[in-house]
Design a binder for this molecule. Structure first.
Ligand code: F6P
Length: 342
Protein backbone atom coordinates (compact mmCIF):
# COMPACT_ATOMS: atom_id res chain seq x y z
CA UNK A 1 0.00 0.00 0.00
CA UNK A 2 1.43 3.42 -0.96
CA UNK A 3 1.84 5.90 1.90
CA UNK A 4 1.02 9.59 1.76
CA UNK A 5 2.24 12.05 4.38
CA UNK A 6 0.31 15.21 5.23
CA UNK A 7 1.39 18.27 7.22
CA UNK A 8 0.14 21.76 8.08
CA UNK A 9 2.69 24.58 8.36
CA UNK A 10 2.76 28.30 9.21
CA UNK A 11 -0.06 30.22 10.90
CA UNK A 12 -3.14 28.05 11.42
CA UNK A 13 -6.51 28.96 9.97
CA UNK A 14 -10.09 27.67 9.92
CA UNK A 15 -10.47 25.07 7.16
CA UNK A 16 -7.30 23.04 7.77
CA UNK A 17 -9.20 20.17 9.40
CA UNK A 18 -11.67 19.86 6.49
CA UNK A 19 -8.65 19.41 4.18
CA UNK A 20 -7.14 16.73 6.44
CA UNK A 21 -10.50 14.95 6.67
CA UNK A 22 -10.93 14.99 2.88
CA UNK A 23 -7.38 13.73 2.29
CA UNK A 24 -7.88 10.85 4.76
CA UNK A 25 -11.33 9.82 3.46
CA UNK A 26 -10.51 10.12 -0.25
CA UNK A 27 -6.99 8.74 0.26
CA UNK A 28 -8.21 5.58 1.99
CA UNK A 29 -10.93 5.09 -0.64
CA UNK A 30 -8.25 5.40 -3.33
CA UNK A 31 -6.13 2.69 -1.67
CA UNK A 32 -3.52 4.84 0.12
CA UNK A 33 -2.31 4.79 3.69
CA UNK A 34 -2.19 8.26 5.30
CA UNK A 35 0.37 9.43 7.85
CA UNK A 36 0.06 12.74 9.65
CA UNK A 37 3.31 14.66 10.24
CA UNK A 38 3.09 16.71 13.42
CA UNK A 39 3.77 20.46 13.66
CA UNK A 40 4.67 21.22 10.06
CA UNK A 41 8.24 20.82 8.80
CA UNK A 42 9.41 20.39 12.43
CA UNK A 43 7.70 16.98 12.45
CA UNK A 44 9.50 15.87 9.29
CA UNK A 45 12.87 16.89 10.76
CA UNK A 46 12.09 15.11 14.04
CA UNK A 47 10.24 12.15 12.51
CA UNK A 48 7.20 12.92 14.61
CA UNK A 49 4.15 11.31 13.06
CA UNK A 50 0.68 9.96 13.73
CA UNK A 51 -1.23 7.34 11.75
CA UNK A 52 -4.46 8.76 10.35
CA UNK A 53 -7.55 6.66 9.80
CA UNK A 54 -11.28 7.34 9.50
CA UNK A 55 -11.73 7.56 13.25
CA UNK A 56 -8.93 10.18 13.54
CA UNK A 57 -10.96 12.56 11.40
CA UNK A 58 -14.32 11.97 13.02
CA UNK A 59 -16.01 15.24 14.02
CA UNK A 60 -13.21 17.54 12.90
CA UNK A 61 -15.03 19.18 9.96
CA UNK A 62 -16.31 22.07 12.05
CA UNK A 63 -13.26 22.36 14.27
CA UNK A 64 -10.88 25.32 13.80
CA UNK A 65 -7.09 24.98 13.96
CA UNK A 66 -5.33 21.80 12.86
CA UNK A 67 -5.37 18.36 14.51
CA UNK A 68 -1.79 17.92 13.26
CA UNK A 69 -0.40 21.01 14.96
CA UNK A 70 1.76 23.55 13.16
CA UNK A 71 5.02 25.47 13.43
CA UNK A 72 6.95 28.13 11.57
CA UNK A 73 10.00 25.83 11.25
CA UNK A 74 11.96 26.28 8.03
CA UNK A 75 13.85 23.11 7.17
CA UNK A 76 16.04 25.01 4.72
CA UNK A 77 17.38 27.22 7.52
CA UNK A 78 20.29 24.81 7.88
CA UNK A 79 21.62 21.91 5.85
CA UNK A 80 21.42 19.41 8.71
CA UNK A 81 17.67 19.91 9.13
CA UNK A 82 17.10 19.56 5.41
CA UNK A 83 19.10 16.33 5.31
CA UNK A 84 17.19 14.93 8.31
CA UNK A 85 13.87 15.77 6.66
CA UNK A 86 14.81 14.10 3.38
CA UNK A 87 16.09 11.05 5.28
CA UNK A 88 12.84 10.82 7.26
CA UNK A 89 10.77 11.16 4.09
CA UNK A 90 12.55 8.00 2.88
CA UNK A 91 12.54 6.27 6.28
CA UNK A 92 8.77 6.79 6.50
CA UNK A 93 8.55 5.23 3.06
CA UNK A 94 6.42 8.11 1.78
CA UNK A 95 5.23 7.84 -1.78
CA UNK A 96 4.14 11.49 -1.66
CA UNK A 97 3.66 14.38 0.74
CA UNK A 98 0.81 16.89 0.91
CA UNK A 99 1.98 20.22 2.38
CA UNK A 100 -0.79 22.59 3.45
CA UNK A 101 0.43 26.12 3.99
CA UNK A 102 1.09 29.65 2.83
CA UNK A 103 4.00 31.16 0.90
CA UNK A 104 6.63 29.91 3.38
CA UNK A 105 5.43 26.30 3.77
CA UNK A 106 4.75 25.96 0.05
CA UNK A 107 8.13 27.57 -0.74
CA UNK A 108 9.77 24.70 1.16
CA UNK A 109 7.46 22.20 -0.58
CA UNK A 110 8.51 23.57 -3.95
CA UNK A 111 12.22 23.24 -3.10
CA UNK A 112 11.77 19.67 -1.85
CA UNK A 113 9.95 18.80 -5.06
CA UNK A 114 12.84 20.24 -7.07
CA UNK A 115 15.11 17.88 -5.10
CA UNK A 116 13.12 14.95 -6.47
CA UNK A 117 10.52 14.27 -3.73
CA UNK A 118 6.88 13.75 -4.70
CA UNK A 119 5.13 16.78 -3.21
CA UNK A 120 1.74 18.41 -3.72
CA UNK A 121 0.74 21.75 -2.14
CA UNK A 122 -2.55 23.00 -0.72
CA UNK A 123 -2.78 26.80 -0.32
CA UNK A 124 -4.01 28.27 2.98
CA UNK A 125 -3.89 31.67 4.61
CA UNK A 126 -6.42 34.02 6.12
CA UNK A 127 -4.52 36.83 4.34
CA UNK A 128 -5.61 35.52 0.90
CA UNK A 129 -2.30 36.73 -0.54
CA UNK A 130 -1.14 33.52 -2.23
CA UNK A 131 -0.54 33.77 -5.93
CA UNK A 132 -2.25 31.58 -8.54
CA UNK A 133 -5.44 30.89 -6.60
CA UNK A 134 -8.51 33.13 -6.51
CA UNK A 135 -9.09 32.42 -2.82
CA UNK A 136 -7.49 30.50 0.02
CA UNK A 137 -9.60 28.88 2.73
CA UNK A 138 -9.49 30.66 6.09
CA UNK A 139 -10.08 34.01 4.42
CA UNK A 140 -13.87 33.71 4.33
CA UNK A 141 -14.01 32.87 8.04
CA UNK A 142 -11.64 35.72 8.90
CA UNK A 143 -13.66 38.35 7.03
CA UNK A 144 -16.91 37.10 8.55
CA UNK A 145 -15.46 37.39 12.06
CA UNK A 146 -13.98 40.82 11.32
CA UNK A 147 -17.22 42.07 9.75
CA UNK A 148 -19.22 41.00 12.78
CA UNK A 149 -16.77 42.89 14.98
CA UNK A 150 -17.05 46.03 12.84
CA UNK A 151 -20.86 45.79 13.00
CA UNK A 152 -20.53 45.82 16.79
CA UNK A 153 -18.11 48.75 16.69
CA UNK A 154 -20.66 50.83 14.76
CA UNK A 155 -23.19 50.82 17.58
CA UNK A 156 -20.77 51.79 20.34
CA UNK A 157 -19.05 54.39 18.11
CA UNK A 158 -22.45 55.92 17.37
CA UNK A 159 -23.46 56.06 21.04
CA UNK A 160 -20.24 57.78 22.09
CA UNK A 161 -19.69 59.91 18.99
CA UNK A 162 -16.24 58.44 18.55
CA UNK A 163 -13.88 57.35 15.83
CA UNK A 164 -13.18 53.64 16.20
CA UNK A 165 -10.12 52.15 14.57
CA UNK A 166 -10.18 48.40 13.91
CA UNK A 167 -6.81 46.76 13.16
CA UNK A 168 -7.10 43.55 11.17
CA UNK A 169 -4.49 41.03 9.97
CA UNK A 170 -2.88 41.28 6.56
CA UNK A 171 0.88 41.40 6.48
CA UNK A 172 1.55 42.42 2.87
CA UNK A 173 -1.92 42.56 1.34
CA UNK A 174 -5.12 44.36 2.28
CA UNK A 175 -7.64 41.66 1.35
CA UNK A 176 -9.03 41.25 4.87
CA UNK A 177 -9.23 45.02 5.41
CA UNK A 178 -10.92 45.76 2.10
CA UNK A 179 -13.52 42.96 2.32
CA UNK A 180 -14.21 43.82 5.97
CA UNK A 181 -14.35 47.52 5.18
CA UNK A 182 -16.84 47.06 2.35
CA UNK A 183 -19.00 44.53 4.23
CA UNK A 184 -18.82 46.46 7.50
CA UNK A 185 -19.43 49.91 6.03
CA UNK A 186 -16.09 51.48 7.02
CA UNK A 187 -15.48 55.20 6.43
CA UNK A 188 -11.78 54.66 5.76
CA UNK A 189 -9.86 51.48 4.85
CA UNK A 190 -6.05 51.51 4.99
CA UNK A 191 -3.94 48.77 3.42
CA UNK A 192 -0.28 47.77 2.96
CA UNK A 193 -0.41 48.42 -0.78
CA UNK A 194 -1.02 52.20 -0.38
CA UNK A 195 0.89 54.45 1.99
CA UNK A 196 -1.24 56.31 4.55
CA UNK A 197 -1.70 60.02 3.90
CA UNK A 198 -2.74 61.13 7.39
CA UNK A 199 -4.00 64.54 6.27
CA UNK A 200 -6.29 62.86 3.76
CA UNK A 201 -7.49 60.38 6.42
CA UNK A 202 -8.34 63.18 8.87
CA UNK A 203 -10.15 65.21 6.20
CA UNK A 204 -12.19 62.14 5.25
CA UNK A 205 -13.07 61.45 8.88
CA UNK A 206 -14.22 65.04 9.40
CA UNK A 207 -16.62 64.59 6.45
CA UNK A 208 -17.79 61.19 7.70
CA UNK A 209 -18.41 62.41 11.24
CA UNK A 210 -20.48 65.27 9.89
CA UNK A 211 -22.68 62.91 7.89
CA UNK A 212 -22.73 60.04 10.42
CA UNK A 213 -23.96 62.06 13.40
CA UNK A 214 -20.48 62.29 14.87
CA UNK A 215 -18.90 58.89 14.48
CA UNK A 216 -16.71 56.99 12.05
CA UNK A 217 -15.09 53.61 11.55
CA UNK A 218 -11.56 53.02 10.25
CA UNK A 219 -10.33 49.56 9.22
CA UNK A 220 -6.55 49.25 8.95
CA UNK A 221 -4.35 46.30 7.96
CA UNK A 222 -1.57 45.45 10.40
CA UNK A 223 0.90 45.89 7.53
CA UNK A 224 -0.22 49.41 6.49
CA UNK A 225 2.47 52.12 6.64
CA UNK A 226 2.48 55.88 6.97
CA UNK A 227 3.78 57.91 4.02
CA UNK A 228 6.97 58.42 5.94
CA UNK A 229 8.00 55.52 8.12
CA UNK A 230 8.14 51.75 8.25
CA UNK A 231 5.83 48.92 9.26
CA UNK A 232 4.81 49.09 12.92
CA UNK A 233 6.24 46.12 14.79
CA UNK A 234 5.47 44.24 17.98
CA UNK A 235 8.79 42.49 17.81
CA UNK A 236 11.86 43.11 15.66
CA UNK A 237 13.18 39.57 15.90
CA UNK A 238 12.86 37.61 12.67
CA UNK A 239 11.23 34.18 12.50
CA UNK A 240 12.76 31.25 10.56
CA UNK A 241 11.40 32.66 7.31
CA UNK A 242 12.66 36.20 7.96
CA UNK A 243 9.35 37.75 9.08
CA UNK A 244 8.94 40.31 11.84
CA UNK A 245 5.88 40.35 14.13
CA UNK A 246 3.51 43.14 13.08
CA UNK A 247 1.03 45.06 15.19
CA UNK A 248 0.49 48.53 16.58
CA UNK A 249 -0.42 50.61 13.53
CA UNK A 250 -3.99 50.97 14.88
CA UNK A 251 -2.77 52.57 18.10
CA UNK A 252 -0.42 54.96 16.31
CA UNK A 253 -3.17 55.92 13.90
CA UNK A 254 -5.73 56.52 16.66
CA UNK A 255 -3.35 58.78 18.55
CA UNK A 256 -2.73 60.95 15.50
CA UNK A 257 -6.42 61.06 14.49
CA UNK A 258 -7.44 62.21 17.98
CA UNK A 259 -4.69 64.83 18.07
CA UNK A 260 -5.36 66.19 14.57
CA UNK A 261 -9.17 66.12 14.54
CA UNK A 262 -10.12 66.40 18.22
CA UNK A 263 -12.47 63.39 17.83
CA UNK A 264 -12.31 60.97 20.72
CA UNK A 265 -10.74 57.83 19.21
CA UNK A 266 -10.45 54.23 20.39
CA UNK A 267 -8.74 51.16 18.97
CA UNK A 268 -9.67 47.49 18.68
CA UNK A 269 -7.00 45.03 17.52
CA UNK A 270 -8.67 41.81 16.33
CA UNK A 271 -5.47 39.73 16.17
CA UNK A 272 -5.79 35.97 16.43
CA UNK A 273 -9.57 36.10 16.94
CA UNK A 274 -9.60 36.20 13.12
CA UNK A 275 -7.75 32.89 12.91
CA UNK A 276 -9.55 30.90 15.58
CA UNK A 277 -12.77 28.95 15.82
CA UNK A 278 -15.23 27.32 13.48
CA UNK A 279 -14.71 27.58 9.71
CA UNK A 280 -17.55 29.00 7.63
CA UNK A 281 -19.41 26.70 5.22
CA UNK A 282 -17.47 28.29 2.32
CA UNK A 283 -14.12 27.43 3.93
CA UNK A 284 -15.25 23.89 4.77
CA UNK A 285 -16.28 23.30 1.17
CA UNK A 286 -13.15 24.89 -0.32
CA UNK A 287 -10.88 22.94 2.06
CA UNK A 288 -12.71 19.71 1.26
CA UNK A 289 -12.45 20.25 -2.50
CA UNK A 290 -8.73 21.09 -2.19
CA UNK A 291 -8.09 17.92 -0.15
CA UNK A 292 -9.83 15.69 -2.67
CA UNK A 293 -7.99 17.26 -5.60
CA UNK A 294 -4.65 16.77 -3.78
CA UNK A 295 -5.30 13.01 -3.62
CA UNK A 296 -6.38 12.96 -7.28
CA UNK A 297 -3.10 14.64 -8.27
CA UNK A 298 -1.08 12.07 -6.33
CA UNK A 299 -3.14 9.20 -7.75
CA UNK A 300 -2.32 10.36 -11.26
CA UNK A 301 1.36 11.01 -10.48
CA UNK A 302 1.00 14.76 -11.01
CA UNK A 303 3.58 16.14 -8.55
CA UNK A 304 5.06 19.59 -7.99
CA UNK A 305 1.58 21.08 -8.22
CA UNK A 306 -0.55 23.25 -5.97
CA UNK A 307 -4.32 22.85 -5.97
CA UNK A 308 -6.03 26.13 -6.73
CA UNK A 309 -9.40 27.80 -7.11
CA UNK A 310 -9.91 29.31 -10.53
CA UNK A 311 -13.36 30.85 -10.83
CA UNK A 312 -15.58 28.07 -9.56
CA UNK A 313 -13.23 25.24 -10.56
CA UNK A 314 -10.50 23.46 -8.65
CA UNK A 315 -7.42 23.18 -10.85
CA UNK A 316 -3.72 22.32 -10.52
CA UNK A 317 -1.00 24.93 -11.04
CA UNK A 318 2.79 24.58 -10.69
CA UNK A 319 3.89 25.02 -7.06
CA UNK A 320 6.53 27.42 -8.34
CA UNK A 321 3.77 29.73 -9.63
CA UNK A 322 2.01 29.74 -6.27
CA UNK A 323 5.13 30.97 -4.49
CA UNK A 324 6.56 33.20 -7.23
CA UNK A 325 5.04 36.42 -5.84
CA UNK A 326 2.36 37.62 -3.44
CA UNK A 327 -1.15 38.40 -4.62
CA UNK A 328 -1.79 41.99 -3.60
CA UNK A 329 -5.16 43.73 -3.61
CA UNK A 330 -7.21 44.10 -6.75
CA UNK A 331 -7.12 47.88 -7.29
CA UNK A 332 -10.69 47.97 -8.63
CA UNK A 333 -11.92 46.37 -5.44
CA UNK A 334 -10.16 49.00 -3.34
CA UNK A 335 -11.86 51.66 -5.48
CA UNK A 336 -15.21 50.14 -4.47
CA UNK A 337 -14.32 50.62 -0.78
CA UNK A 338 -13.22 54.21 -1.51
CA UNK A 339 -16.67 55.18 -2.84
CA UNK A 340 -17.84 55.03 0.79
CA UNK A 341 -15.01 57.14 2.24
CA UNK A 342 -16.16 60.47 3.71
O1 F6P B 1 0.10 34.88 7.72
C1 F6P B 1 -1.06 34.88 8.44
C2 F6P B 1 -0.95 35.77 9.64
O2 F6P B 1 -2.17 35.61 10.32
C3 F6P B 1 -0.63 37.23 9.35
O3 F6P B 1 -1.72 37.98 8.97
C4 F6P B 1 -0.02 37.67 10.66
O4 F6P B 1 0.87 38.74 10.48
C5 F6P B 1 0.69 36.46 11.13
O5 F6P B 1 0.07 35.36 10.53
C6 F6P B 1 0.71 36.31 12.64
O6 F6P B 1 1.51 35.23 12.96
P1 F6P B 1 1.67 34.59 14.41
O7 F6P B 1 0.46 33.73 14.66
O8 F6P B 1 2.92 33.80 14.31
O9 F6P B 1 1.74 35.73 15.38
Amino acid sequence: MKRIGILTGGGDCPGLNPVIRAVVKKGIKSGFEIVGIKDGWKGLIENSTIKLNESSVLNILSKGGTILGTSRTNLYKNLQDKEKAVKNFKRLNLYALIAIGGEDTLGVANKLNKEGLNVVGVPKTIDNDLNATDFTFGFDTAINIATECVDRLHTTAESHHRVLVCEVMGRHAGWIAVYTGIAGGADVVLIPEERIDIKEVCDTLRKSCKKNKGYAIVVVSEGAQFKKGDMVLQEKELDAFGHVRLGGIGNQLAEIIEKETGFETRVTVLGHIQRGGTPTAMDRVLGTRFGIMAIELIDSGNFGKMVSLSGSKIVAVPLSRGVSKLKTIDKKLYEVAKVFFG
